[in-house]
Write a protein that binds this ligand. Structure first.
Ligand code: 5GP
Ligand code: ZN
Length: 115
């Protein structure tokens, strides 16, 4: 999508601190971290949000969770734990309309971490 911030990050038009990349998935540090570790994991395919996920995306969504599993281990937070958040729509406060999974960790997280 032309004016999507995350599509621009995927294309390299906006810089980001990447932590993982393959043909289908990109993971990078959130610019405004809510925890010591705050990674955004996104599909390279533009999907507005969770409501737009189709049957054909089932493999991709599963792979995103497996990628989060890998990143958590790479960043050594698998033992202490972490949280994964997906915001969807107005009431969640979703700001960027490109499906993304927040991976948060590196400290004991409060009951409310975003918003
Ligand atoms: P949302 O509220 O939509 O679930 O989360 C969007 C997230 O994207 C926010 O945590 C925000 O800090 C992050 N973000 C927005 N623009 C950029 C950017 O240009 N670069 C990076 N690295 N993160 C961004
Ligand atoms: Zn996009």
């Amino acid at each position: 999508m032309e004016d999507c911030v995350f599509c621009k990050i995927i294309k390299g038009e906006i810089p980001s601190e990447k932590v993982y990349e393959d043909e289908e998935i990109l993971a990078f540090k959130d610019i405004n971290p809510a925890a010591p570790i705050h990674i955004l994991v996104i599909p390279k395919k533009h999907i507005n949000n969770l409501l737009e996920v189709k049957d054909e995306d089932n493999y991709l969504i599963g792979k995103i969770y497996k990628t989060i599993n890998k990143i958590a281990k790479d960043l050594n937070i698998e033992k202490d734990g972490f949280r994964v958040i997906v915001n969807c729509g107005k009431d969640s406060g979703q700001e960027v309309m490109h499906l993304h999974f927040h991976l948060l960790g590196g400290k004991k997280l409060g009951a409310k971490i975003i918003g």
